[in-house]
Design a protein around this ligand. Structure first.
Ligand code: FAD
Length: 322
């Protein structure tokens, strides 16, 4: 049955501002796009973000770990992402955990054994150290703030939700946004949709598909799964990992237990400090742009947190075998 509709009255939308480059979405991609545009000499960049901070999943989404910044002896990821950690080295050196730039590729048995407790910090065959930082998200938020504040060409618009492209034929001329000040528009020579979900792009009439590739069952890769990741304190993560490595069969049973208790696939990862774990999770065949799927994810994961904490306290196999 066709959905009922409501005919919205035509109205004049105030032009809040105009710029050369408008970036909608201040996650790692949008923030980097804005900083790069400003540093390249763009006269006026606007960075519009629906929440009150930058970083998106990397900070507020508690994604907490950046994998594979090095391989063998090479620090192979540079640019703005390396700058995040160079800034943390200077301003908050204890806020992230991984082998140092100088240590990458090292094969020293003691170091390999130590870092092998931290997922991703040793290559999968257990041969050499890899730079895969686990960081404190609030510290990174502070650096993201500073990076835009250092660029006078960037105007920040936080708590502003980009809702609709302003089109002239096939060309995008700006974006309508909603905020506490009401519905307004920003006009721009170039618009970059960095919303992570293509919020603006998919309304332009351009072709859209879900997933990283069309050749796989796209609903089964990360883009076809939702998550609500969370942190839990009061643990000894390295003790857990030492147990996990010494008891592979029990680890499999542990994984099955927690998935059953949660009702979805989940696993505790390191979180940058030994007494905190990061519960990553994967809820398949859900769409992060579908309201019912979003509700299901939030409620399902939150509802499981007490059960997982209880399991961790009383019944975790590593505790029974300690
Ligand atoms: C549970 C999970 C675990 C992951 N684990 C890892 C990991 O361990 N390591 C890793 O490297 N990657 C991981 N990833 C992938 C990584 O998080 C993403 O690749 C990365 O965050 C994408 O960055 P982005 O800037 O494109 O999007 P996002 O981080 O989603 O940023 C989008 C930004 O746009 C804003 N926004 C959205 N819609 C609008 C709108 N309409 N108007 C204004 N602003 C808007 C959002 O608030 C957000 O700030 C994980 C992803 C998930 C979901």
């Amino acid at each position: 049955m066709a959905k009922k509709t409501y005919l919205e009255a035509a109205c004049e939308v105030p032009i809040y501002d105009e710029c050369d480059v408008l970036v909608v979405g201040g996650g790692s991609a949008g923030h980097s796009a804005a900083v790069a545009a400003a540093r390249a000499g763009c006269e006026k960049v606007i960075l519009m973000e629906r929440f009150g901070y930058f970083g998106g999943d990397v900070t507020g989404g508690y994604v907490l770990m950046i994998p594979g910044l090095s391989w063998h002896g090479f620090n192979c990821v540079g640019g703005l992402q390396d700058e995040w950690f160079a800034r943390l080295d200077k301003n908050a050196p204890d806020s992230y955990l991984c082998p140092t730039r100088e240590e990458v590729g090292e094969k020293d048995a003691f170091k390999v054994e130590r870092w092998d407790l931290i997922h991703g910090c040793v290559d999968p065959e257990g041969r050499f150290l890899v730079r895969a930082p686990y960081y404190e998200p609030t510290q990174l938020k502070l650096e993201f703030d500073a990076m835009v504040e250092e660029e006078p060409n960037i105007k920040v618009m936080i708590h502003c939700w980009g809702t609709k492209p302003i089109m002239d034929g096939n060309t995008i001329k700006g974006v309508i946004f909603e905020s506490k000040e009401g519905r307004q528009a920003v006009l721009a020579k170039v618009v970059i949709d960095a919303t992570g979900d293509g919020d603006i792009y998919r309304q332009t009439g351009a072709s859209v598909f879900y997933g990283a590739t069309k050749t796989t069952d796209v609903r089964q890769d990360r883009s076809g799964m939702t998550a609500l990741v969370w942190r839990m304190g009061g643990v000894d993560y390295e003790a857990f990992m030492r147990w996990a490595k010494a008891h592979p069969a029990e680890l499999l049973a542990f994984r099955a237990d927690i998935d059953k208790i949660a009702g979805y696939r989940t696993f505790p990862f390191p979180a940058g400090q030994n007494d905190v774990v990061w519960w990553n999770n994967w809820l398949p065949n859900l769409n992060c742009a579908n309201l019912e799927d979003i509700r299901y994810t939030e409620f399902t994961v939150r509802d499981s947190v007490r059960r997982l904490v209880q399991f961790g306290r009383k019944d975790m196999a590593c505790a029974r075998h300690a």
